[in-house]
Design a binder for this molecule. Structure first.
Ligand code: SF4
Ligand code: SF4
Length: 260
């Protein structure tokens, strides 16, 4: 029944999308974060106030071995569709050749890891780059959503309210990191949530828990004693596509070249 109502509401909203797009002033454009509770938790045992947190993630390139356990754990934890190329997190391999050429591959999101290097002797070095939604401080995906279904929670996590999502794909096109996809069944936008259902319970995202080398670090950005704060202090930090001014909150250590 709820699905029926939701689908009717979606149809109406879809019909109004063009009109709404010209009227809705995105919260981020007004410099605000949503104060709404991200989910209607039925579980009374969860006492979580988004205003008490500011979440981010660190990724140490030198520690990642490309095993893909993170992508696999994410698929299982979040019931990400099994079809190829739908991932909330994935791992890319970069191979830099002597002639300056860079080869990038990512077989099936790396959920089964990588085959041994297929390249020849002219590869100077290779490394792995785990990717996911950057939970940008200035998220283009939020700015283009005509109905506010994609929003930034008070704790800095960028979320999608599937009940309001029209499936118009504006956010998918606007994300410069390719972090979003349209769910083939629900026809709504999907992406990493930092495993929101876990962090409200005080647990780490599944990818962080699954990583055998501790290449991924999750934590509070504003607390000086947090592992993430320490990670940022102790390493040379970079973000993906810094020129876009999206201000990603996924921070990479030892990213010594421009990664696409
Ligand atoms: Fe939005 Fe993409 Fe930034 Fe994630 S990485 S917040 S989906 S623009
Ligand atoms: Fe890299 Fe850790 Fe993911 Fe393995 S689980 S691919 S080491 S980030």
């Amino acid at each position: 029944m709820k699905n029926n109502i939701t689908s009717k509401r979606r149809d109406v909203l879809k019909a109004m999308a063009g009109f709404a797009a010209s009227l809705v002033v995105p919260k981020v454009a007004r410099g605000e974060k949503s104060t709404a509770k991200p989910f209607d938790w039925a579980d009374d045992s969860i006492h979580y106030d988004p205003h008490d947190h500011n979440w981010g993630m660190g990724v140490d390139i030198d520690k990642c071995i490309g095993c893909g356990r993170c992508s696999n754990a994410c698929k299982i934890e979040n019931d990400v569709p099994k079809e190829p190329f739908f991932f909330r997190t994935w791992v890319e391999r970069y191979q830099v050749k002597e002639n300056g050429e860079t080869i990038i591959d990512c077989p099936n999101g790396a959920i089964d890891g990588f085959e041994k290097h297929p390249e020849g002797d002219d590869v100077l070095r290779s490394f792995f780059v785990p990717k996911l939604c950057n939970h940008c401080e200035n998220p283009p995906c939020v700015q283009v959503c005509p109905v506010g279904a994609t929003y930034q929670s008070a704790d800095g996590v960028v979320l999608v309210d599937a009940d309001y999502c029209l499936g118009c794909r504006y956010c998918i096109q606007a994300c410069p990191y390719g972090a979003r996809f349209l769910h083939p069944v629900t026809r709504t936008a999907e992406k990493c949530t930092f495993c929101y259902h876990r962090i409200v319970r005080g647990e780490e995202p599944a990818c962080v828990e699954a990583c055998p080398t501790e290449a991924r670090v999750f934590g509070e950005l504003d607390q000086k004693a947090s592992p993430l704060h320490r990670f940022k202090r102790m390493n040379h930090i970079g973000v993906l596509k810094p020129a876009l001014n999206t201000e990603p909150k996924v921070f990479y250590a030892n990213l010594d070249m421009e990664v696409k």
